[in-house]
Each structure stands twice: as structure tokens, then as C-alpha cells.
Design a protein around this ligand. Structure first.
Ligand code: XUL
Ligand code: CO
Length: 435
């Protein structure tokens, strides 16, 4: 049985190819700065958008034409696994990611839910053993079911906290069983709607308790994957606790969790927080906490998470520069947390959208590598901060200066001269690199 019958394995054919089902730029074996593109990019497919998503929105039902539309329950879950591996292999992506509830439906109680999950995990394990595909990360969906109406680890209801703990316990066992390279925590409904009924400090303490329990349990079962927190400022709650990279990092530091977690930075979450993608990557990198990325893009005219496939070459180039400067993503990767538009409802669009994203990242990688090789940003930064390399600047950075010596210097320094930041010139040079 095949689920994408008209489509052959997608191959690199170069930029002059007329075949839409080919890569124009992503050549998995091409070496860029000492590593293959496949090693740099570590692409992953998001199960929830690509296999589970049906194109429904708050105004209308699903539009996606899929061969499995007539099925439901466990039958549907099983077919999706078959379709998933056909898709991953035809597309040539090395990784995928899922939430527990993407792969198997809930049963009448937690025991039955776990039984459903076990059956599907068994199937996935079978596929993994005969395929080159691996699991980049798994996570727990603790936001869809009504029990999570007030949050999961930050719920006011201790029974919900316990349920969430049981769910993540199972998630960590799944991660170990399937050899997942990372385990993700995105704070689905961990936030608040109104401060009028919220004990913010208590909820944050509970969130930290929850994370410590997860760290302890991973250690207990010998799961050594990287833990990742995925910041997002809002949606579904009005205010999410893991608002952005800086907020997540200070939370981890306050609760002594910083050595156990890195961040999974998502482009559209960055823009919702009023930041650029590269800002969030830079903040994570500067703190040694850049672990993985959720590759997508938002629509700057819309105020919500549109999760579009990333095709903005400018933004992707700057993101890839941050990743190269981070010396790669380690165990992390580039996960397409992106969905085809509701109007792109044919199964073929799943391929075309991923190809668009993969080609954009391949181009971004190549441009960023050229900038890095030419020390484009390094020389701008060196020139701009050169006043700290000698004289009074060197005294400041070497710890020799104090307020008194600096006052003495400032009193004797008649004229301060600043240099232009040259922003417009820099932007036009970046255009030259891209085009
Ligand atoms: C939601 C989001 C999630 C996480 C995993 O905005 O990005 O899909 O990536 O829970
Ligand atoms: Co995401």
C-alpha cells in the first residue's frame, strides 16, 4: 500500500531543474565548511502538521485531501505511521518529531491511553529499525484535552499536575525506547488568562518542581537525550510563562535547572514576542543554550501563530549564521513546525512545502557560510568595538579601571567622537551576498 503514489524519491537536481519534486539547492551530501548539508541541517518533519493536521480553522472544517480521511481511532493512527515513513523516506529527511497525542488517540482512561500509545510506539520502533530515519524529539500534548483548561504543571488543580506528570513520565520512557535525541517542553497552557485569580509565583514554583521531577526521572531510567524548552509569548494563554528566550533562561537559572535544559527556538514564536528569529537565537547562543529550532515563519500582518513554511531567505540566512556561530545545533535540528496553508490541500503540497523549506535553509546555509568565511560580521564588530582594544577601553575590559580613574580620564578628554553605525551599507552588502 502506498499513500503518496504519484511521487518518487525527491532528489537533488540543481537550480535549473524544471521538476518541482526535486531539490534545487538542498544536496544532502554537499560539504559546506567541513560538514555535509545533512549534518548541518538535521531536518525533521512535524507529525502534527503533516500527518495529523486536517486544515481546519476556527471558521471551517478540514480541507486536506488525504488517503486516510475515512478512517478513525486506532485504525487511522496505524495508517498514519505507514504514511509517515513513506513520506519521510521519499522526502529524504533524517528526522521527525511528535506529540504523544499526534500518534495515538486517547482511550477512556490513562491506562487505555497508554495502551494505545504502546501499540503505535511498537509500530514506530519497527519502522525505525529498518529505516535511516530517527526521532529528533517527542513531547507531551498537555493542552488539547479539556482537563488542561487551567494549565498542566501550572494548573491550580493538583490532580491535573499529577496527570501531567504521569504523561511526561510516559513521554520520557517513549523517548528512551525510540532513541529520541531530545525531549521538548513547550508550555502549551502554562500561563495565565488573568492575574485576578492567579498566584503567579506559586505556579512558577510548581513548574520548576515539575521540571526537576522530569530531570530526576530521566536520570533514573537512563535517558540521556537533551531537554529543550520552547519559548512562546502567548497563544493559547494570554500570557505564557516561557515568554521568550531571555525569560526562559532566567527562569531556568533561578530554579537551578540551567544545566539540564537548552532552548528550542521557533521563528514564529520569536516574532509573536516582538523579536526577530535571529534575536532569539542570539540570546540563546550567548547563554550557551541554543539547542534546536522550530523552522517556520509568521505573517507580520497577523497577530497569531500562522506556522508557515520558511521561505524568507533573508531571515533564514541570518538564522543560519547564528547556528554556524553556535558551531551547529548538537543533538538538535531544524524541525519544520510548519503547516501547508488551508488552500494547499493536495497531498502533493506536503512535498512541495517541505522542499521549499529545505531549499531555503540550504541556500541560507550557503550564504551564511560565505559570510562567515569572509569574516563579514566579525570585521564589522571588530571595527565597531575597537575602542576597547587599547587605551582606556583596554583598562575597562582588563579590570584596571574604576569610577575614579574613569572620571579623571573623562575630565581630561575634551572631545568625544562617535563613528557611524553604517546600517544601510551593511544591509546592501547582505543583499549582495544573498543575490
Ligand atoms: C505550538 C508549538 C508546538 C511545539 C511542540 O506553537 O510550536 O507545536 O513545537 O509542542
Ligand atoms: Co513549535
Amino acid at each position: 500500500m502506498t499513500y503518496f503514489s504519484g511521487i518518487k524519491k525527491v532528489r537533488f537536481e540543481g537550480k535549473d531543474s524544471e521538476n518541482p519534486f526535486s531539490f534545487k539547492h538542498y544536496n544532502s551530501k554537499e560539504v559546506v565548511m567541513g560538514k555535509t548539508m545533512e549534518e548541518h541541517l538535521r531536518f525533521a518533519v512535524a507529525y502534527w502538521h503533516t500527518l495529523t493536521g486536517d486544515g481546519s480553522d476556527p471558521f471551517g472544517s478540514g480541507t486536506m485531501i488525504r488517503q486516510w480521511n475515512h478512517l478513525s481511532g486506532m485504525e487511522l493512527a496505524k495508517i498514519r505511521v505507514e504514511a509517515a515513513f513513506e513520506f519521510f523516506e521519499k522526502l529524504g529527511v533524517p528526522f521527525f518529531c511528535f506529540h504523544d497525542r499526534d500518534i495515538a488517540p486517547e482511550g477512556d482512561n490513562l491506562r487505555e491511553t497508554n495502551k494505545n500509545l504502546d501499540e503505535i510506539i511498537g509500530m514506530i520502533k519497527g519502522h525505525l529499525s529498518t529505516s535511516d530515519v530517527r526521532l529528533l524529539w517527542n513531547t507531551a500534548n498537555m493542552f488539547t484535552n479539556p482537563r488542561f483548561v487551567h494549565g498542566a504543571a501550572t494548573s491550580n488543580n493538583a490532580d491535573v499536575f499529577a496527570y501531567a506528570a504521569a504523561q511526561v513520565k510516559k513521554g520520557l520512557e517513549t523517548a528512551k525506547e525510540l532513541g529520541s535525541e531530545n525531549y521538548v517542553f513547550w508550555g502549551g497552557r502554562e500561563g495565565y488568562e488573568s492575574l485576578l485569580n492567579t498566584d503567579l509565583e506559586f505556579e512558577l514554583d510548581n513548574l520548576a518542581r515539575f521540571y526537576h521531577m522530569a530531570v530526576d526521572y530521566a536520570k533514573e531510567i537512563g535517558y540521556t537525550g537533551q531537554f529543550l524548552i520552547e519559548p512562546k509569548p502567548k497563544e493559547p494563554t494570554k500570557h505564557q510563562y516561557d515568554f521568550d528566550a531571555a525569560t526562559a533562561i532566567s527562569f531556568l537559572q533561578k530554579y537551578d535547572l540551567q544545566n539540564h535544559f537548552k532552548l528550542n527556538i521557533e521563528a514564529n514564536h520569536a516574532t509573536l514576542a516582538g523579536h526577530t528569529f535571529e534575536h532569539e537565537l542570539r540570546v540563546a547562543r550567548a547563554n550557551g543554550m541554543l539547542g534546536s529550532i522550530d523552522a517556520n515563519q509568521g505573517d507580520l500582518l497577523l497577530g497569531w501563530d500562522t506556522d508557515e513554511f520558511p521561505t524568507d531567505l533573508y531571515a533564514v540566512t541570518l538564522a543560519m549564521y547564528e547556528i554556524l556561530e553556535n558551531d551547529g545545533l548538537g543533538k538538535g535540528g531544524v524541525n519544520f513546525d510548519a503547516k501547508v496553508r488551508r488552500t494547499s490541500f493536495e497531498a502533493e503540497d506536503l512535498f512541495l512545502s517541505h522542499i521549499a523549506g529545505m531549499d531555503t535553509f540550504a541556500r541560507g546555509l550557503k550564504v551564511a557560510a560565505k559570510m562567515k568565511e569572509n569574516r563579514f560580521f566579525d570585521s564589522i564588530i571588530e571595527e565597531r568595538y575597537k575602542s576597547f582594544k587599547e587605551g582606556i577601553g583596554l583598562e575597562i575590559t582588563s579590570g584596571k579601571a574604576n569610577f575614579k580613574s574613569l572620571e579623571e580620564y573623562a575630565l581630561s578628554n575634551e572631545k568625544i567622537e562617535n563613528a557611524s553605525g553604517r546600517i544601510e551599507f551593511i544591509k546592501s552588502r547582505i543583499n549582495d551576498y544573498i543575490f
